[in-house]
Unconditional design. Structure first.
Length: 410
């Protein structure tokens, strides 16, 4: 079965690579440190919701042979709604991913520094972090090649590396099996854990993955009969991503140290108990998480921008390359120079918070259009499931806006 999956594997691992970034690693670490196994159920819920939405995005991409942003531009006939939607999407995905790209690269750097230490180079009087430049250069070369098959193979390798690193770390901590089962299948929610639950769901159910998935499946598959492969690919890959996130929570549970704020602190906390191996495995996992997200974020931004603006979505087109280059260069500069633009990140949080329910709602609407999907449109069960996810996305949106503006809504 595994051999057959590898043969028919599609962009699912890229989707998993995209949502397991440094932000996810940090949130899962804090969840494990602060609440032990108690919030594993929130990650399970996140994965089920993600599989539901990503399956719809994949189905739309294969049947229509168009990206989600292209469908939005074509299907929204009202000029005001169309302009609002395009501005919101470009703001959230392109500007948002540029803001978050520095964090992706910095996460990869943190992983490398955990293993190899800090290295810097002087360029025109500026002291640049060597690892930031190397990660940015690696991402640039991979994206510039514009070859989907090469991109897929590299990211699949990194996802497997990341999965093994965090899985081995979790096993090393000798977790409580009964604690894991209880935490996964018996939901517990308190006032103290509410924000962490929201963060766990918010870092997994991300809008740009819907655009990325719909665009990538049409690079891989062109026939309607390929839909069965896409579904298996989505379920296995996203479930694997969820397992990785759970392993991070489990690893962090073993130390219960309130001073842990990121994976580097977690590595230090585990080292006295499990030796230097813990540091290397965690560093390797964080490095892989940072690099994969540093590649997929600019790629998603390029697909979104070209689709929204009616440009050529070919990976080798000049405009496509310009968009991902812009996101990547901003990320490398902000990361290596240590620039933290709080206002840009706040803007990205606001637009992403608004975008998720808007896109989830639009996706469900489109998935019911016979003119686009024919007999492959949503059935009643899929609509009920989609409606539940839409309500969840609205709550996430309110929670995000509440966090940014301190509105005390929740």
């Amino acid at each position: 079965m595994i051999k057959k999956w590898f043969k028919n594997m599609g962009p699912g691992p890229l989707v998993a690579a995209a949502f397991i970034g440094p932000g996810t690693v940090t949130v899962c670490t804090l969840a494990g440190v602060g609440f032990g196994y108690a919030l594993l159920w929130a990650m399970l819920l996140s994965i089920i919701a993600t599989i539901g939405l990503q399956e719809m995005a994949a189905r739309l991409g294969i049947i229509s042979q168009k990206g989600l942003s292209e469908i939005i531009r074509e299907e929204l006939r009202n000029p005001v709604m169309k302009v609002f939607a395009i501005i919101l999407i470009l703001s959230a995905i392109v500007i948002g991913n540029a803001a978050y790209e520095a964090g992706n690269i910095s996460g990869g750097v943190l992983g490398l520094e955990t293993i190899l230490g800090n290295e810097s180079i002087d360029v025109f009087g500026f002291s640049l972090n060597l690892w930031s430049v190397l990660i940015g250069g690696f991402a640039f070369i991979l994206l510039y090649l514009g070859n989907y098959k090469v991109l897929e193979k590299v990211l699949v390798f990194l996802v497997i590396l990341m999965s093994l690193a965090f899985l081995i770390t979790a096993i090393m901590t000798k977790p409580s099996i009964s604690g894991i089962i209880n935490g996964t299948f018996i939901p517990r929610l308190s006032q103290d854990s509410l924000l962490t639950v929201i963060a766990l769901i918010g870092t997994t159910v991300v809008p740009y993955n819907l655009f990325l998935h719909a665009s990538l499946v049409k690079e891989k598959w062109h026939k309607r009969t390929d839909l069965m492969y896409a579904r298996k690919d989505t379920i296995i890959s996203v479930a694997l991503g969820g397992l990785v996130s759970m392993c991070i929570i489990i690893s962090a549970t073993s130390i219960g140290n309130a001073d842990v704020n990121n994976v580097a602190d977690l590595a230090k906390g585990l080292e006295p108990l499990f030796g230097s191996f813990a540091k290397y495995f965690l560093g390797l996992g964080m490095c892989a998480a940072g690099i994969t997200s540093a590649i997929t974020a600019p790629l998603a931004a390029a697909y979104v921008a070209t689709g929204c603006l009616g440009w050529d979505t070919n990976m080798k087109s000049i405009r496509f390359r310009f968009v991902w280059s812009f996101v990547l260069v901003i990320g490398v500069l902000f990361s290596t120079l240590g620039i933290k633009s709080i206002e840009i990140i706040k803007f990205a949080q606001i637009t992403n918070g608004i975008l998720l329910p808007v896109i989830a709602g639009f996706l469900i609407w489109v998935m019911n259009k016979s003119s686009i999907l024919g007999s492959y449109k949503n059935n009643i069960k899929q609509n009920v499931f989609g409606g539940t996810i839409l309500l969840l996305s609205i709550l996430l949106s309110l929670a995000t806006l509440n966090k940014v503006f301190d509105l005390n809504i929740l």
